[in-house]
Design a protein around this ligand. Structure first.
Ligand code: AQP
Length: 324
């Protein structure tokens, strides 16, 4: 399979990003051709992205990804804006994208509702995302659940292009992992996300004290509706626990919950212990990588490899539409 996926350099990597996407990115390197992209053009859609912060965040994210297990020798790891073919294909694909489809994108509607100034890039974001994937003729995309609608749109765009101009693009399928939907600990009705503020995410490299505090104060019993076995907050803690603890530990706590004996304080302590154990090797590697000075070269080499594929596919797309 040729795998493509991207992540925005907009601050810290959190548990949602890791369990929803990055952990699979790492596993998929075995036996597949993987292309992973730090999508900085996408990050520009956030109004508060400062230029210096963006420069710094790209490098930091690359180091975080390597610490998580992305191997830039085996895998193509690069920064989106180093391959400007993304934006050219985006324009071509925009011309086979339905305006109506774009107005139905949930992420756009949610983000637009929270802002005073809504930039055009935010509206066009899913077209650029389709271009990111299709530029590499990728057939599979590991993502969290929040991205499924965008991926469905990417398939529609591929289909429309292929129908008009002859088959060029595969219709990319999602790969969803067990952690495809991690919710905020402070408000388990919302996904874990940076946009809602620091209390709504747990960063992979965050100080231990801060992680402990966030887990301790996780919302538990609010929002339990009659007939429901578990409140959204407790269900979310179990979702994360399943990703970090052995099955027998999870089963024991589930049994206690069924029997009405579970103390949430205990659940949170167990979760904290196992989470820190899972994160420890990543955090250690990240600390070692802090001294690595060749990250710009690593990313430039990744961009060179990506660009070889991108040039060829864009050239073909240009020819198909009559721009050659
Ligand atoms: N809560 C989540 N649960 C599971 N997967 C998630 N992803 C993000 N949040 C969750 C997945 O992480 C990958 C990278 O996504 P991104 O670049 O869109 O990440 P992000 O948008 O920077 O994450 P945030 O915190 O949600 O940012 P904002 O608030 O800016 O939108 C994707 O595969 C995504 O599915």
């Amino acid at each position: 399979m040729r795998i493509f996926s991207g992540i925005q350099p907009t601050g810290v990597l959190h548990l949602g990003n890791y369990f929803g996407a990055i952990r699979q990115w790492v596993e998929l390197q075995e036996g597949n051709e993987c292309i992973y992209c730090i999508v900085d053009y996408h990050a520009l859609t956030n109004e508060d992205t400062e230029p210096d912060e963006l420069r710094r965040a790209r490098r930091e994210l690359a180091l975080d990804l390597i610490a998580c297990g992305i191997d830039p020798e085996r895998t193509i790891l690069f920064v989106q804006s180093d391959v400007p073919e993304h934006t050219e294909l985006c324009w071509i694909l925009g011309c086979v994208t339905s305006y109506g489809d774009l107005t139905r994108m949930t992420q756009f509607k949610q983000k637009a509702a929270e802002r005073e100034f809504v930039n055009g890039g935010l509206f066009y974001y899913p077209v650029l995302q389709a271009a990111d994937i299709l530029l590499y003729l990728a057939d599979h995309v590991p993502v969290g659940e929040d991205q499924l609608q965008h991926l469905e749109l990417a398939r529609r765009i591929a289909r429309r292009f292929n129908y008009r101009f002859g088959r060029l693009f595969p219709e990319p399928q999602p790969i969803l992992g067990k952690g495809a939907r991690i919710m905020s600990l402070a408000d388990p009705d919302r996904k874990m996300s940076k946009s809602y503020g620091p209390e709504h995410y747990v960063g992979l490299m965050e100080p231990e004290d801060s992680i402990r505090k966030k887990i301790r104060s996780a919302v538990t019993d609010i929002g339990l509706t009659p007939g429901q076995e578990m409140s959204p907050g407790v269900a979310n803690l179990f979702t994360i626990l399943e990703l970090v603890a052995p099955q027998e530990v999870v089963e024991e706590l589930r049994r206690e919950h069924r029997e009405g004996k579970l103390l949430y304080k205990h659940l949170k302590e167990v979760l904290y212990e196992h989470l820190m154990k899972t994160l420890a090797p990543i955090r250690e590697r990240r600390a070692e990588l802090a001294a690595r000075e060749d990250i710009d070269e690593v990313l430039a080499a990744g961009a060179d490899r990506a660009r070889k594929i991108a040039r060829e596919v864009l050239g073909e797309a240009r020819a198909r539409v009559g721009l050659d």
